[in-house]
Design a protein around this ligand. Structure first.
Ligand code: PA5
Length: 434
C-alpha cells in the first residue's frame, strides 16, 4: 500500500497541530461517505471503485477493443476533469518514446479540446489526414467550448475520410445521460456512448468511462486500476482510526501547515512520467479548494529537472511553501552506470550503481536540503508505477481532497469561479443570449 511520512512536516509545527484535526478529519470522511456534507449531490466518486462491476469493465474494454481494431490513432477530446485523469494515467504507464516506436501494437492516443490553439488544431488535423483515426468526445456538460470546437473539426474530418457510416463506428461519446449538445449529437448520429454519472464531478471522474475508456484504448488494465482504488477506498474508510487513515492524515497535515502560513504546496516527483499526475492533482485540489478567498495554491515540479530552474526558489525563496514528494520505490527497468577506463568525466565513483540509486540519493539529498531551508516535507511512497498503484494513488488524493476541503470549510465539489471567463468570452464572441 501507499505510505505517507509526515514526520518531516510536523517538525515545523507546534506539537499536536496535526492531531488537533483528527476528529474533524474523520467526521469529514464520514460526511463524505454518508453524503451529509456540502456538495453532497457530487459524491458518487466516494463509492465508485466498489460500485464498478466486472460487467461494466468488460463493456468499456469491449468498446476499446473495437476502437483499437479500427483505428491507428484515437483522439480524446476533453478539457479539465474530462482530460487530465486519462492523460495522467496514460503518460505514467506508456513508454517514454511511444511516439517514435514503429513496432507499435497500440494506437496513438492524442488529446484535443483542451486548448483553443489554432496552430495545435491545424497541425493535428494535418497529421490525421494520413491516419485511420477515431474520436472519443468527452464532456459532462456537453457544451464546453474548447471541446465542442475540436469535436466539430474532428467529426467533419473523420466523416470525410471514412464516410459517415464508418465514422459512426469510431466516434464514441462520454457525456451526460440526457442533457447537452454532446448527448444530442450522439443520439442523433447513433454513436456508442457512455454516461458520466450525475453525481460525479469532472475532476473526480477519472474512474468513470471519462478515464477508463481512453486508458483501456491505450492498452492498459483498467480492472487493476479500479482494484487499486478499491483497496484505497477500504484503507481510507472513516471507521478506521486517524493514524491508520492516510487520506485523513494528509488532509489534516496540509490544513495545519496552511494555518501556520504555508500557502503553497509543491508536489514533486522524480519520474518524468508522473508530470501529468501532478497536473491532474493540481486541478483536483485547485478547483476544489480555491474559493471563498481561501485555499492552498497547488504547484508542482519535476525533479531533478526543475532543481535546475525552480530549485533556487524552493531552497531560498519566501518561506510560504511546503513540499509533498511523490516517491516511487521500484523502477520498471534496470540500468547500471558503466565503468570507463579513462574516467574523463570522473563518474567512475558511480560505476556499477543503478541509475535509480543515483536518483534516490538525489531525492534524499534534496529532501535534506529543503528541510534545512525551512520547507516542511511530506513523503508519499508508491511501490511502482503500474495500474494498481496508480488506482490507489488516485483514490488517496480524491479522498484527501474531499476531507481537506471540508476542513477548510469550503464546498469542495463546486467551481463557481470558472464561469467568469466564459461569460466574458461568449459576450466578446457574440454568442446569443450574452
Ligand atoms: O472538474 C470540473 O468540473 C471541470 O474541470 C470540468 O471537467 C471541465 O470544465 C470540463 O467540463 P465538461 O466535462 O462539462 O466539458
Amino acid at each position: 500500500m501507499i505510505t505517507l511520512d509526515i514526520s518531516k512536516a510536523t517538525q515545523f509545527l507546534p506539537r499536536g497541530a496535526v492531531e488537533k484535526y483528527a476528529d474533524k478529519a474523520l467526521k469529514a470522511a464520514k460526511a463524505l461517505e454518508e453524503a451529509t456534507c456540502a456538495g453532497n449531490d457530487f459524491l458518487g466518486w466516494v463509492t465508485l471503485p466498489t460500485d464498478t462491476t466486472d460487467e461494466f469493465i468488460s463493456q468499456v474494454n469491449d468498446c476499446a477493443k473495437t476502437l483499437r481494431q479500427l483505428c491507428d490513432t484515437i483522439v480524446v477530446a476533453g478539457i479539465g476533469g474530462s482530460y487530465l485523469g486519462a492523460k495522467a494515467v496514460i503518460e505514467a504507464l506508456s513508454n517514454s518514446f511511444q511516439w517514435l516506436k514503429t513496432d507499435n501494437s497500440n494506437p496513438n492516443i492524442l488529446f484535443a479540446g483542451n486548448n483553443i490553439g489554432e496552430d495545435y488544431l491545424s497541425e493535428l488535423c494535418e497529421l490525421l489526414k494520413t491516419r485511420r483515426f477515431g474520436v472519443i468526445n468527452i464532456s459532462k456538460s456537453g457544451t464546453t467550448t474548447e471541446t465542442a470546437l475540436a469535436f466539430r473539426l474532428l467529426k467533419k474530418q473523420c466523416e470525410e475520410q471514412r464516410g459517415k457510416d464508418e465514422a459512426r463506428r469510431v466516434i464514441i461519446a462520454v457525456t451526460d445521460a440526457r442533457r447537452g449538445a454532446a448527448r444530442t449529437t450522439a443520439d442523433k448520429e447513433g454513436y456508442t456512448s457512455f454516461v458520466i454519472p450525475d453525481n460525479v464531478g469532472g475532476r473526480f471522474s477519472v474512474l468513470t468511462p471519462v478515464g477508463l475508456l481512453p486508458i483501456a484504448c491505450a492498452g492498459f488494465d483498467i480492472a487493476a486500476l479500479v482494484n487499486g482504488a478499491r483497496d484505497m477506498q477500504k484503507a481510507t474508510a472513516s471507521d478506521l482510526p486517524f493514524d491508520k487513515n492516510i487520506s485523513a492524515i494528509y488532509a489534516a497535515t496540509r490544513n495545519a501547515l496552511y494555518q501556520s502560513g504555508k500557502k503553497i504546496e509543491i508536489l514533486a516527483n522524480y519520474q518524468p512520467k508522473l508530470h501529468y499526475v501532478s497536473e491532474w492533482w493540481k486541478q483536483l485540489y485547485g478547483e476544489s479548494e480555491g474559493k471563498d478567498g481561501k485555499g492552498i495554491f497547488p504547484a508542482s515540479v519535476d525533479l531533478t529537472t526543475d532543481l535546475h530552474s525552480m530549485g533556487q526558489w524552493i531552497q531560498d525563496g519566501e518561506r510560504t511553501i511546503f513540499e509533498t514528494v511523490l516517491s516511487v520505490k521500484q523502477s520498471e527497468h534496470t540500468l547500471t552506470v558503466p565503468t570507463d577506463e579513462e574516467n574523463l568525466d570522473g563518474l567512475n565513483y558511480l560505476a556499477g550503481k543503478r541509475i535509480d540509486e543515483v536518483n534516490k540519493m538525489a531525492e534524499l539529498g534534496t529532501q535534506m536540503a529543503h528541510i534545512d531551508g525551512g520547507v516542511p516535507n511530506l513523503r508519499l511512497v508508491i511501490e511502482r508505477v503500474d495500474e494498481y498503484n496508480l488506482g490507489q494513488l488516485i483514490y488517496f488524493f480524491e479522498k484527501g481532497c474531499g476531507i481537506s476541503g471540508l476542513l477548510l470549510e469550503v464546498n469542495p465539489f463546486d467551481q463557481p469561479g470558472v464561469e467568469a471567463y466564459k461569460r466574458n468570452m461568449f459576450k466578446l464572441l457574440g454568442k446569443p443570449g450574452y
